[in-house]
Design a protein around this ligand. Structure first.
Ligand SMILES: Nc1ncnc2c1ncn2[C@@H]1O[C@H](COP(=O)(O)OP(=O)(O)OP(=O)(O)O)[C@@H](O)[C@H]1O
Ligand SMILES: [Mg+2]
Length: 242
């Protein structure tokens, strides 16, 4: 479960990237975070993951305050950033072992999980190569595997489908569903309205740091014209703020 209460973040004293935002994402839910470029999605995600500190408000991850109980809160979280360009000099396998060390994953568990996840994502053959030599999608996959190694209950994914091939994207969506169905929380951002429509239990639409809509697809459909696609609803929502 993720709880945001009246969270705000301003960059450099001028740009209000997140503006008094409140959201609750319960266990068992896949929650989609939608919004145009610069809406505040990545900033919100970095606040939840504890990469940035909020100016005001509180964020609880499975009941742990991300600032006051940072270590405990972060142990709950598997975070995949939008730009997976870290540890480029490490080989894939070195990165995975590093992640497993960081999160105290036992030798047997890591062996089984690395084998299974690498096979799933078609990464087995490149584990001995440096991450530097990976494509964007391959980098995303190695970061994803690294995050999944320690089996975190709360997944926070920033544009996870971008750059993934259709097979990997399908696989990830399936894993998200299974993870949520086991009583965990999945929070992800996307521009791809189609993706949100297919996999999310609920969505929020954010623009200029504020939530314009939060609810199920059905509620969204009720809220707007019956047969309109999410895309036109989305445009309607964002335009109404202009
Ligand atoms: N490090 C930063 N310093 C200053 N301003 C920033 C910084 N990061 C983001 N911003 C500003 O904060 C606002 C929100 O940006 P953010 O990256 O959260 O949007 P986003 O919804 O993730 O956009 P995108 O869809 O392009 O990824 C934008 O106005 C952006 O210019
Ligand atoms: Mg972003």
């Amino acid at each position: 479960m993720i709880e945001l209460k009246n969270v705000s973040k301003t960059y450099g004293g001028t740009v209000k990237a997140v503006d008094n935002l409140s959201l609750t994402i319960p266990d068992g839910e896949i929650f989609g975070f939608l919004g145009p470029n610069g809406a505040g999605k990545t900033t919100t995600i970095k606040l939840i993951a504890g990469i940035l500190n909020a100016d005001s408000g509180t964020i609880l991850v499975n009941g742990r305050d991300i600032e006051k109980e940072a270590l405990e809160a972060k142990k709950q979280i598997g975070y995949v950033p939008d730009t997976p360009n870290m540890f480029l000099r490490l080989k894939g396998i070195e990165y995975l072992n590093f992640m497993a060390d960081m999160y105290d994953v036992s030798t047997e568990e890591r062996k089984e999980r690395i084998e299974r996840l690498s096979r799933h994502f078609g990464m087995t053959d490149v584990l001995q190569d440096r991450i530097q030599s990976y494509s964007h999608g391959m980098r995303q996959k190695i970061v994803l595997i690294g995050v999944l190694l320690h089996n975190p209950p709360v997944w926070i994914l920033d544009e996870p489908m971008t750059g993934l091939d259709p097979r990997s994207s399908f696989l990830l969506k399936e894993m998200m569903r299974e993870h949520a169905d086991r009583g965990n929380t999945v929070f992800f951002s996307t521009h791809v309205l189609d993706v949100a429509e297919k996999v999310c239990d609920r969505v929020a639409i954010i623009n200029k740091g504020q939530i314009l809509f939060c609810g199920t697809m059905e509620e969204m459909q009720e809220h707007f014209k019956k047969n309109s696609s999410l895309e036109s609803m989305f445009l309607e929502l964002t335009e109404s703020e202009e």
